[in-house]
Design a binder for this molecule. Structure first.
Ligand code: G4P
Length: 554
């Protein structure tokens, strides 16, 4: 009896602790089209959180556009970017985890996968350029997952588009309702500051890269005469008119709708000048979701379940060029992770123990003893992890939502050193396990085909095969338009299709059937000719049997 009471109260205590830790955590990604200001904003958040002391500390975390042909430089920068893959800091009692996403479009798939590990997103838009291509694609992924999004319109110190036009553009191109929570007072050289529509503050702009703005003037409403003491009268009528219009046209922010990913609050500011960043961060911490439940194939896993579970969403090699190690990034979904404890690797049906798990603090990584839902832990990996792998305390779970996308560029791997074919095989398998590219084995002729979403990956693969595995290869271009996974309930039809299209049939690494379409027309013809066959554009068809047309475009 005493034992039972004691056990119940210990369990209750542990649950309360877990619940407290979950409530404290906010795990999100900052995403943008390259150059919109993602790195600058990330850096300003870290400055606020005290995680870094100087500007410029995370500046080098992106692969620059001009580096596209220089893979040595890419490798060097990839090395740096590992250290900034996850950045944690504390702000007003909250543990904030920012997951970095590569800006370069050839690594878009990396970004999409990272988005599976966050609970919300801040989307940065350049006020001069408006919504750009990459922003639209990233937003599609957020929409599919109903990820809550806050939008930050950056570079208001530059002459940009009209703010109302920007809001229309956001709604139209990103296909989400928006609600401004702050409003700019002019822009460019005339930029005077923002009016905070959430708490009726006037925040006046000062150009400063280091100083945090404290120029807040509390007004109870925009018609308060006091505003005339602070703002040049020539800007006041326009501001009042704008604010009135916003209140008329836009409904108040419904936080539940934001949490369902149906409406995006919008802030204006200048990340470079530290302006509008604090409002953004504080509102984010107020409304952004704590770690959420996640779907596994078997069931939904709630964050506050006391048994640990998590999944690997990213694998990175070359952390330290002197020790060719890999690190698997694991998002904790439920329960408490503890160092030196055996966990169950559900794909390998094997128990693994981690003696040196790490967490990332700006550019440092530290050994951690424990982690909670929402945290991202780096696990040293000797090749036992693949993207999407699940760890649990023993339950057979497989987290969903970490798909491979249908690649668009294809090359055949040609071995250039017959004595190193084993090394080549191993290298190709391991690099594709990292999610760098996808490997297909063509049924006809047993050719090894690598599929990617960007050119850059081929350079990286070739370089790494040579330097890490001692294998030499070349790539022969293949003129395929898309690879899609095929399934069919009628085996006879499937076999017929395989026979007719034998030159275009391959298996992926998990032995799923894949069809290569030479062009859009060939794909259409195949779909029309074989209506019984389903053509899938993400590898997640095993759980989601329906073809997701939107995903197909990603
Ligand atoms: P990204 O990670 O989204 O690719 O963009 P990043 O933060 O690197 O910013 C891209 C460029 O835009 C940088 O200039 C940065 O200084 C500038 N920038 C960011 N926020 C603002 C802003 O609020 N106002 C203005 N005017 N510029 C901003 P750069 O010249 O490419 O790099 P750097 O030489 O400044 O490092």
């Amino acid at each position: 009896m005493v034992h039972k009471l004691l056990r119940n109260s210990i369990e209750f205590f542990l649950f309360m602790r877990l619940d407290e830790e979950i409530q404290k955590r906010r795990t999100f990604a900052i995403i943008s089209h390259p150059d919109a200001g993602k790195t600058t904003l990330t850096e300003k958040f870290l400055l606020f959180g005290g995680a870094i002391q100087t500007a410029g500390a995370v500046k080098s975390n992106k692969i620059r556009k001009e580096a596209t042909s220089d893979f040595m430089e890419i490798e060097r920068q990839r090395g740096i970017s590992v250290a900034t893959s996850v950045m944690c800091f504390e702000y007003e009692g909250k543990n904030v985890n920012i997951l970095d996403t590569p800006g370069h479009k050839d690594f878009a798939e990396d970004t999409y996968r990272t988005l599976t590990a966050v609970d919300s997103v801040i989307l940065v838009v350049d006020c001069v350029k408006g919504v750009e291509e990459q922003t639209e694609r990233l937003m599609e992924v957020c929409r599919m997952r109903n990820t809550p999004v806050i939008i930050f319109i950056n570079k208001m110190d530059r002459e940009g588009k009209n703010p109302f036009d920007l809001l229309d553009e956001l709604e139209e191109k990103l296909k989400i309702k928006v609600r401004p929570l702050s409003w700019p007072i002019s822009q460019g050289i005339n930029f005077k500051g923002v009016y905070n529509l959430y708490n009726n503050n006037l925040n006046l702009f000062e150009e400063s890269k280091t100083k945090i703005s404290d120029n807040y003037i509390k007004l109870d409403n925009i018609f308060n005469k006091e505003i005339e003491n602070y703002l040049d009268p020539k800007f006041i009528p326009q501001l009042r008119e704008d604010v009135e219009l916003i209140e008329e046209v836009y409904d108040n922010l419904d936080v539940d709708k934001y949490l369902e990913g149906k409406i995006a609050p919008v802030f204006f500011g200048s990340a470079l000048n530290n302006f509008g960043v604090q409002e953004l961060l504080e509102t984010f911490l107020l409304i952004a979701p704590q770690p959420q439940a996640r779907d596994a194939m078997e069931r939904t896993v709630n964050a506050d379940e006391n048994k640990f579970s998590g999944f690997v969403f990213k694998i990175h090699a070359n952390l330290d060029p002197n020790h060719r190690d890999r690190i698997a990034f694991l998002r904790i979904c439920s329960g408490k992770f503890e160092r030196n404890t055996f966990y169950y690797h559900t794909r390998l049906n094997k128990k693994l123990r981690f003696s040196s798990p790490v967490m990332f603090m700006a550019r440092d990584k530290n050994l951690v003893e424990e982690g909670f839902p929402g945290d991202v832990i780096g696990l040293y990996d000797t090749g036992q992890f693949k993207i999407g792998d699940t760890l649990t305390e023993g339950e057979q779970l497989n987290f969903k939502g970490i798909p491979s996308f249908s690649p668009e560029l294809f090359r055949e791997v040609i071995n250039m050193d017959a004595f190193k074919s084993k090394q080549l095989d191993k290298g190709v398998r391991q690099l594709t396990d990292e999610g760098l590219a996808q490997l297909f084995i063509q049924q006809f002729g047993n050719r090894k085909i690598i599929g990617t979403v960007g050119e850059l990956q081929f350079d990286v693969i070739k370089f790494r095969l040579e330097h890490e595995y001692g294998a030499k290869c070349n790539f022969a271009s293949l003129n395929y338009y898309k690879a899609c996974w095929i399934t069919c309930d009628d085996n006879k039809v499937l076999q017929k299709f395989i026979q007719v299209k034998s030159h275009y049939i391959a298996n992926d690494k998990d032995d799923n059937l894949v069809f290569f379409a030479e062009n859009e027309w060939a794909l259409k013809m195949a779909q029309q000719g074989y209506p019984e066959i389903t053509f899938h554009f993400t590898s997640e068809f095993k759980t989601e049997k329906t073809l997701n047309a939107e995903f197909a475009e990603v």
